[in-house]
Write a protein that binds this ligand. Structure first.
Ligand SMILES: [Zn+2]
Ligand SMILES: [Zn+2]
Length: 161
């Protein structure tokens, strides 16, 4: 673990929250949390990523490296897909050549769908969409009381996938 990630991890360990840090460091730590099956840490990181409105540059080799290190169905990957497809005009999206093919294919499908651009996005202010809640009951137990976060949309409940 690099020193920045280590520092974030220690803060999370003692406070239950990750600091508002460089999103790239958060993404690196997320990869470790994914490998270690640390759901609580993944949730804390995604809460912060959503709070800072992290807007990934898909034409950056760092983004491609993060996506390549995660399973296709990871919550962070889904956030990156949503944040791009809802907030960026299709014709302006540029994708790094190292980006995994499946990610590019999924993104192409998403941007085909007509949407009310910027309205009703699943990403902003809705971290629970990326908390891997299995059911509404799980959300009630883990997030409903502790934060002002809206309930995850049905398509984001893992039990529905
Ligand atoms: Zn959004
Ligand atoms: Zn939640």
């Amino acid at each position: 673990m690099d020193p920045v990630c280590c520092d974030i991890f220690v803060k999370w360990h003692y406070t239950g929250c990750v600091p508002n840090d460089d999103p790239w460091a958060l993404c690196q730590l997320y990869i470790l949390a994914d490998q270690n099956e640390n759901l609580a840490l993944r949730r804390a990181i995604l809460t912060q990523i959503v709070n800072v409105n992290f807007a990934p540059d898909l034409n950056d080799s760092n983004t491609a490296a993060v996506v390549s290190s995660l399973p296709e169905n990871s919550a962070l990957t889904r956030y990156l897909l949503d944040r791009t497809s809802y907030h960026q005009r299709a014709e302006t999206i540029q994708i790094h050549t190292d980006m995994p093919v499946e990610f590019v294919e999924t993104l192409k499908e998403l941007i085909k769908k007509p949407r009310h651009w910027l309205d009703d996005c699943p990403c902003c202010d809705k971290p629970c969409n990326y908390h891997e809640h299995n059911t509404v009951e799980d959300w009630k137990l883990s997030c409903a009381e502790s934060g002002p976060y809206p309930m995850p949309e049905p398509a984001y409940l893992r039990a529905e996938i």
